[in-house]
Write a protein that binds this ligand. Structure first.
Ligand code: ADP
Ligand code: F6P
Length: 326
């Protein structure tokens, strides 16, 4: 088949499970269409230093079930400067790369938008973040796996909490977003969830009264409170709850373990669909867009809109948790 384009791909920002499945889909989807593919190592850092290699179908074999990203990723603050970005553009030109796919979160997508505004290269973003805080897609790659990772740990904590009649405050990731927290809380049967999107949820006095009723009057064996890191931190919340309720409290910070492990079938298939869709978008000549999944259909949204709009918070799930935790 004729080699139509030279497509480069990189993963950027916080890694998320499913990035490898997405790299596989982009690589094989490109080769299938007769395009050349170059993998850039360590995100925008590799773009600035020209650290890259040609990808073959074999490079992406046996990785669909691996968490992380085999290309590596980075936070690369210097890429925010247009003078620095120009170095990367020169390298792309030298390599005769005419399209770039970036897999990452909101920050990485801001970088994609800059490249689209400053060059003629066709650029497409693919949303990947365990935070699920990206507008234009129902789910970002990695969210479902992170929810299930955290849920598994919350289920385990419930067993020890029940045995000791304790309150557990469990901190989950979510830099500015409560999406992961609310999903885990509802699925884990938590008594409460603290999220940045609902300021009233961090009122500790109201929370202490509720938990006191749960344990002393409703005779629940234990209580689990899920706390998004962007709302509050587990240790001070647990300390204050113990003072106010006079019940034994413990704090657990789940941390980066949420980002690891084998992606769920949902994330593998989401990643495969979005990765292959990104290649189709390039073939159609699209640029400065993000591919997402909306009502189970692939959909391109201009990056300007993606970056200017907030992903909606699921208030229905939040309210349901309140009803079901009595
Ligand atoms: P994520 O993509 O997971 O949200 P970050 O916010 O850390 O993670 O962003 C990842 C990288 O994207 C940054 O380290 C930087 O290289 C690049 N980036 C972030 N914001 C911008 C921006 N406004 N303009 C250009 N590049 C950006
Ligand atoms: O954006 C994904 C995320 O996991 C956030 O939930 C978290 O705040 C942040 O990344 C952690 O970043 P780092 O891996 O740099 O510690």
């Amino acid at each position: 088949m004729e080699c139509k384009r030279h497509i480069a791909v990189l993963t950027s920002g916080g890694d998320s499970p499913g990035m490898n499945a997405c790299l596989r889909a982009i690589t094989r989807g490109s080769l299938y269409r007769g395009c050349r593919v170059t993998g850039i190592i360590d995100g925008y850092q590799g773009l600035l230093t020209g650290n890259a290699f040609p990808l073959t179908s074999r490079h992406v074999g046996g990785i669909i079930d691996h968490g992380g990203t085999f290309l590596g990723t980075s936070r690369c603050p210097e890429f925010k400067k247009s003078s620095t970005r120009r170095r990367g553009y020169l390298w792309l030109e030298e390599q005769e790369i005419d399209a770039l796919v970036v897999i990452g979160g909101n920050g990485s997508l801001a970088g994609v938008h800059d490249i689209a505004l400053e060059t003629d290269i066709k650029v497409i973003g693919v949303p990947a973040s365990i935070d699920n805080d990206i507008y234009g897609t129902d789910n970002s790659i990695g969210f479902d796996t992170a929810v299930n990772n955290a849920l598994d740990l919350v289920d385990k904590l419930r067993q020890t909490a029940d045995s000791h009649h304790r309150i557990f405050v469990v901190e989950v990731m979510g830099r500015d977003s409560g999406a992961l927290a609310v999903e885990v809380a509802l699925a884990g049967g938590a008594e409460a969830v603290l999220v940045p999107e609902v300021p009233g949820s961090h009122d500790i006095r109201t929370l202490a009264e509720k938990l006191s009723v749960n344990l002393r009057i409703s005779k629940k064996k234990s209580a689990v409170v899920i706390c998004a890191e962007g709302a509050a931190h587990a240790v001070p919340v647990a300390r204050r709850l113990e003072e106010l309720t006079q019940l034994e409290c413990r704090a657990t910070v789940l941390g980066h373990v949420q980002r690891g492990g084998s992606p769920t079938s949902y994330d593998r298939n989401l990643a495969s669909r979005l990765g292959s869709g990104a290649v189709c978008g390039i073939e159609e000549g699209l640029t400065d867009v993000m591919i997402g999944l909306q009502s189970n259909q692939r959909h391109f949204t201009p990056l300007e809109k993606v970056l200017a709009t907030e992903h909606s918070f699921n208030h229905e799930e939040y309210d349901l948790l309140t009803q079901l935790s009595i």
